[in-house]
Design a protein around this ligand. Structure first.
Ligand code: ADP
Ligand code: MG
Length: 347
């Protein structure tokens, strides 16, 4: 018979509910959801109509009827109720309608989450039908997913640069030694670019244009330190704020570098002060092993080199850095000792 009790229970789910992007992986099947962290709200009744790509599609089709929200965008979970609903819908979607509940869910959480927020997320995961919810620090999961944790008890360090936050963590095989979360990330680079172009060129550009400029032109090192590679310019289109007409202009990598520099400095200073606060043993381990960057923001050109130069450490960017947290969350299921440890901490 096709129907069986086990068919009602889907596999374990690993979730990275990012400020910009959500990933869900099913144990044994890999990543099944890779979508923006947005929800569409039906204006008529205030209910969640869709999440992720579907929410964007819905907005495209019925711009009058739905409104788009990004419940996580400020780094803290700005709207908790919405974040919980988004989480529940993503869990349902990951199951593909195949079952009523999942056995276990591992969810990456920022290290500065409050106990009230932690409890609310925990409840949301359980309300979405999970038997057990494990809420684990994103820093720890990023390190696990980037595969930098050693078999011995030596420390490793990871800097996960997300959309709205950067999570800095030192970990060993068995635990998170310490972590820190700052409210700066890739979105702040976009805003800095947007503000710069508005202020110095009287041109208002959209946030998507700012992000594209960042991906195409922004570089963490001053251009004078590079060879000719990054000398190309890029064209941007926006609204002239003096003449109120659409306008196209050319910008250079150097300008963009200067525009994002204050944000980069803040992130680097946070990493520096984190390093200074480490115990001598842990600091020694990090000095010999270096730092690994994860998160989408770590894809900024030359970011690893810049941090390495400033902090005099080896720095490398993880392979597929945007997926490190979800891979780490998935890897927890393969380690019964870790699950036992985190189940004591998270319930
Ligand atoms: N190639 C790239 N260069 C620079 N920034 C990038 C690149 N790809 C993605 N990003 C940035 O990464 C950020 C999102 O990272 P992600 O880890 O998905 O965030 P979160 O975990 O907070 O959802 C965005 O600000 C995005 O612009
Ligand atoms: Mg991330």
């Amino acid at each position: 018979m096709a129907f069986s009790l086990s068919g009602l229970i889907t596999e374990d789910l690993a979730i990275d509910l990012g400020t910009v992007h959500t990933f869900v992986a099913v144990r044994g099947r890999g990543i099944v959801i890779n979508e923006p962290s947005v929800v569409a709200i039906d204006r008529s009744d205030g209910e969640v109509a869709a999440v992720g790509n579907e929410a964007l599609e819905l907005l495209g089709q019925n711009p009058e009827e739905v409104e788009l929200y990004k419940p996580m965008e400020d780094g803290v979970i700005t709207d908790f109720d919405l974040a919980a609903k988004m989480l529940a819908l993503y869990i349902r979607k990951a199951r593909g309608g195949r079952s009523a509940f999942s056995r276990r869910v591992v969810l990456g959480v920022p290290s500065d989450i409050t106990s009230v927020e932690r409890y609310a997320l925990f409840q949301a995961v359980q309300a979405a039908g999970a038997n057990r919810a494990y809420l684990i620090s994103k820093g720890y999961l990023a390190a696990l997913g980037a595969d930098i944790i050693t078999g011995d008890e030596h420390a490793s360090m990871v800097v996960d640069v997300g959309g709205a936050t950067t999570e800095i963590a030192a970990v060993t095989r068995s635990h998170l030694i310490c972590s820190r979360s700052i409210r700066k990330g890739g979105l702040d680079l976009d805003s800095a670019i947007l503000e710069h172009i508005k202020r110095y060129h009287n041109l208002l550009i959209g946030s998507r244009t700012a992000e594209r400029v960042k991906m195409e032109l922004a570089c963490a090192l001053p251009i004078s330190k590079l060879n000719t590679a990054a000398l190309e310019k890029t064209k941007i289109r926006g609204q002239n704020l003096v003449r109120f007409v659409p306008e196209m202009m050319t910008i250079t990598p150097n300008e963009i570098h200067n525009a994002i520099e204050p944000i980069l400095r803040e992130i680097i200073n946070a990493v520096r002060s984190f390093l200074e606060d480490l115990s001598p043993e842990v600091g020694g381990d990090i000095h010999s092993r270096g730092i690994t960057l994860t998160g989408g923001g770590s894809l900024l050109a030359k970011f690893d080199e810049r941090i390495a130069n400033e902090l005099n450490l080896k720095v490398k960017t993880a392979k597929n850095p945007r997926e490190s947290v979800v891979h780490g969350a998935n890897a927890v299921f393969e380690n019964p000792l870790l699950l036992r440890r985190f189940s004591r901490q998270s319930s």
